[in-house]
Design a binder for this molecule. Structure first.
Ligand SMILES: Nc1ncnc2c1ncn2[C@@H]1O[C@H](COP(=O)(O)OP(=O)(O)OP(=O)(O)O)[C@@H](O)[C@H]1O
Length: 351
């Protein structure tokens, strides 16, 4: 597991040893999950359907109570709170949902004001708060519209405004963009990122899309079968994924497939030789080494560069290259092992 040191008094959410099973003998939804989210960061939890993401994020505001473990949010022990304390704590934790969960018979302004009404704010206070928040989500012209008159992206803007109405320090996003098209997804992610800075928010989000993580998160945890199997800075997880599941998620975004037509044009291996395709991710201190020429010289093999491009995460560049190595099998293997020792991520692809 990667280094998660550096977590300090600036930690906004601390989950420790969380366990949850929905029924005796049933699936373990959370299996000893511990996680720290630092103040001001956007932390993503990614995993396949059923991995336990929803259960986990819902423990933060106790929509789901764990069977064991502890939950601290902004220094408060959530499991020690009485009902009134929990209601107050929840006002400090906004939540955005995949399907927006808007009241269809309430206007935009009324939807946004709803949690304030529940919290007992006067109508003048509610109006002031709605006036303050709608421009932040770009909906100042829509206050009297009904949800049915809005696009998906606009509906989610209402959902975000409602989540922020009680001026929370924490924003939980439960697959907030999964019901949106790719362009609208990018707009909503940019909005969340902007609000994080403007309002000093800490954001915890769950998603099954690594693209969301790449676009917006500072750190990420990968969940599988109720456990966190890997976590770290997004750049590190993308460029040096440690677990097979993580590599799979990363490859969805970084992309490693070699087009059939390109494959068909590659030379066949000579007698006694193999052809091994591999994706190599270059990042870190060895990323500028002449790896391909060094490998072919030192191992006496031939390397064809099939494709290559430079990508970036939060302004940090990394290279992704597909190559075809030709030579005696043990030399090809040794060259790929050498690249791994240099700290490059090498994934063998089917030829
Ligand atoms: N209310 C519930 N009652 C019984 N089992 C549940 C309940 N909620 C979740 N589970 C089970 O717990 C496990 C984790 O589910 P969870 O919804 O947290 O996963 P997820 O990663 O969020 O997946 P998805 O994206 O499909 O929601 C699954 O096996 C699920 O069937």
């Amino acid at each position: 597991m990667r280094d998660i040191a550096g977590a300090s008094e600036l930690t906004a959410i601390v989950l420790t040893g969380l366990r949850k099973r929905f029924a005796a003998g049933g699936t373990v939804a959370l299996d000893d999950v511990s996680l720290e989210v630092r103040a001001g960061e956007i932390f993503g939890i990614v995993g396949r359907s059923g991995a336990g993401k929803s259960t986990l994020i819902r423990t933060v505001n106790l929509l789901e109570r764990p069977d064991a473990g502890s939950i601290s949010v902004l220094g408060q022990d959530m499991l020690a709170l009485d009902d009134a304390g929990l209601r107050a704590a929840r006002r400090g934790i906004g939540m955005v949902f995949q399907h927006f969960n808007l009241h269809s018979r309430r206007t935009v302004a009324q939807n946004v004001a709803f949690p304030l009404e529940v919290a007992g704010l006067s109508s003048a206070e509610r109006r002031a708060r709605v006036d303050e928040i709608l421009p932040l989500v770009g909906l100042e012209g829509k206050r009297d519209a009904y949800p049915a008159q809005l696009s998906g992206g606009q509906k989610q803007r209402v959902g975000i405004a409602r989540a922020l109405a009680s001026r929370p320090g924490i924003l939980l996003c439960d697959e907030a963009t999964s019901a949106l098209d790719p362009e609208t997804t990018q707009e909503i992610l940019a909005l969340i990122r902007g609000l994080r800075s403007r309002l000093d928010l800490t954001v915890l989000l769950i998603t099954h899309e690594m693209g969301v993580v790449k676009a917006i998160c500072d750190r990420v945890a990968v969940m599988e079968a109720g456990r966190i199997i890997e976590q770290g800075r997004v750049f590190d997880v993308f460029t040096r994924p440690e677990q097979a599941t993580t590599r799979h998620f990363v490859s969805e975004v970084v992309g490693h497939s070699v087009p059939e037509a390109t494959l068909a044009r590659l030379p066949e291996p000579g007698p006694g030789e193999v052809r091994q395709l591999a994706q190599v991710i270059f990042a870190g201190p060895n990323s500028t080494r002449a790896v391909v020429s060094e490998a072919s010289r030192d191992f006496g093999i031939d390397i064809n560069i099939v494709s290559g491009r430079i990508d970036e995460i939060a302004g940090e560049p990394f290279g992704v290259m597909a190559l075809a190595a030709y030579g005696p099998e043990e030399k090809v293997r040794a060259s790929l092992a050498w690249m791994r020792r240099l700290g490059l991520t090498v994934q063998e692809l089917p030829a």
